[in-house]
Design a binder for this molecule. Sequence first.
Ligand code: GLA
Length: 731
Amino acid sequence: MVGFLREVALVIEFDPEHSTFHLKGNSSSYLLALSPSRDPQLLHWGAALGDGDVVQLARLWRTKAGDPLLEKLRRDYASFGNNDLRSPALHLEHPDGSRISAFTYLEHEITAGKSVPHGLPGTLVEPGDKAATLRLRLVDGLRAQQLDLYYTLYPEMDILVRRAVIKQMKGTGCIQKIMSASVDFPVAARPYWSVSLPGDWARERMVQKAELKQGLVRAEGRRGSQFHDMSPFLAVSQGPPAEDSGPVWSFALVYSGNWLIEAETHPSGRLRINAGINDFDFKWRLDEGESFDAPECVLAFASGGLGAMSRNLHDFVRGRVCRGPWRDRDRPVLLNSWEGLHFGFKHEDIVALAAEGKALGAELLVLDDGWFGKRDDDRTSLGDWVEDVRKLPQGIRGLSRDIHALGLKFGLWFEPESVSPDSELFRKHPGWGLTLAGRPGSTHRTQHVLDMSRAEVRDHLFERLSHTIEDAGLDYIKWDMNRPLWELGSDAWPAGRQSELSHRFILGTYELMGRLRDRYPEVLVEGCAGGGGRFDLGMLCYQPQFWASDNTDALDRVLIQWGGSLFLPAVSVGAHISGIPNQLTGRSTPMRLRALVAMSANLGIELDPSTLSRQDKNELATALARYKEIRRLVRLGDLYRLEDPFAGPRSAWSIVAKDKSEAVVFVVQPLASLPGLDPRPLRLAGLDPAADYRISDLDQTWSGAALMAGCLLPDLGKGDYAGAMVRLIRR
Ligand code: GLA
């Protein structure tokens, strides 16, 4: 015990002489200090500091720390209401109606491990982790509110998880804005750049790099459950970001409601990043004695560019965000019925599909939309989670029995948070829709959203899903969500609390997901939101994998998966081999290409195998067998992004085992090169330079050093839509 406490003291050090808190990561430092007026200020977040550097920094800082103009200072969590008009981390309304706050340090505590925010998902600490938490307690000058700031350091991964809790001590107040983390960066030698992940439905997470010029840039989600247009992640670099060099800082929210990551560049060149719940259409009333927990935000620092940052985040997300028995297991190769059969199937079609899938090597049959109510198209029956006996006369139980008898696992599609106006559920409970009486509310895909803030709605859904899980012995659920949150209103809450609904919706959804996860830990849940519209660290706490996009075109998927890989590990990304021509793009790419793009993530199949040529069937079966050989490596290895598809005519990436004993390299070249040009070699990364690697596909052996110097010439064959997968095994 003493030893453990000593470790805590080692990773977070408080120096009473200089009033500094040093959070010491293996390769990073986060250094906070208390100003003479007890305002927490940030002295440094970046490369690791020595003890002498800390003292030196503290001495230099002390000469400026008392500047009466707060706007000049690097404040660690600025509240609104003084001479700092940069966008604040906290904006409160007090019982007297004023919005002026001035929080100052009261006390602190440093403990091993961490706590999680109330009602929200939180990251894990595993036995053996040296994670420790600093809690700073601040109090407002009028003593009506107390603010707790939490900083959990995972030193091995150079990850810092931050969150904030505000407590109303006197009277009734109101939160207008509360961030999870706020960081003031100093003026840098080169202007700051941001990397964000904008997009749209079927083209999620397109990488956007932009110089941050003077002013405020908001990366945000306002749609409540559909964030195709932006993922809750932002990275910052000094000058244009590089893949393999230079310092990078990043922010990723553990939150699936309306979110905000804003970057404000001050006229001086200083940069403030705030990350938390979006203040758009948000206001939260706090009565005396009540607390409000902001979600967690994961902060990562790496000095080796975007690649190093992503590898740290991947380790963290797959080990400390994802949880449950499936976190540490190879995921089954699934065959999903959607693109192959859509709504038109009968019991025997699904059994035949499963048998074909089994022969190819699939391990799980997923019956997608259309199995319940009277759902022959997408205009009806959401909410009626009872099998359609016209299609499934033996019920879900009978279908499950037949699928299991083939030696496959069995899963079903649900969209629990939505309801069709044309459904038994909505006719019985019209008040369960998330819109106020007197307002019709828009539909999207002819559906409304259920009021997940109501306990009775959640209890009903828990009962329905539990019944089907147990009745059918489900092994898997695809949890979809296809409508943005518009026109929010709920009779369950008084007038003064209507602007709390977008947050209450996600709190309710999390509560239901958590209850199901805890009751049925063996059921593998895959998230989906019209493709990858809600693919974030909050969802990954309940669903260890997510359907990355409705776009299954192999070339588009390279871009979508590349963007996601900035913060999402490959094992969390659902990637399916689908039929041609592609249903969205009309493009016909060869099986080889479709397979290798899916093999570099969590592979599945989404087509009707009976429509395939014999050659495609053989190629698909071979691809599945090869995938099973590498899936553990894909799940646990380190990703190296080698050639950027957003920048060049070719793209390449590799996954290298942690012990460098093997690697797999993927190359995609959309268009054939011009005749006469020599093939371009590929420079690998992350290998052991001194080791020899055998490349059986090419019958060659090279040293890691030679491979990293660029001696590999992948065999891409001739023609457009070329691709290759190359395996390297250390000799
Ligand atoms: C959404 C999902 C698809 C599929 C359909 C079914 O669009 O993203 O994968 O499940 O719903 O309606």
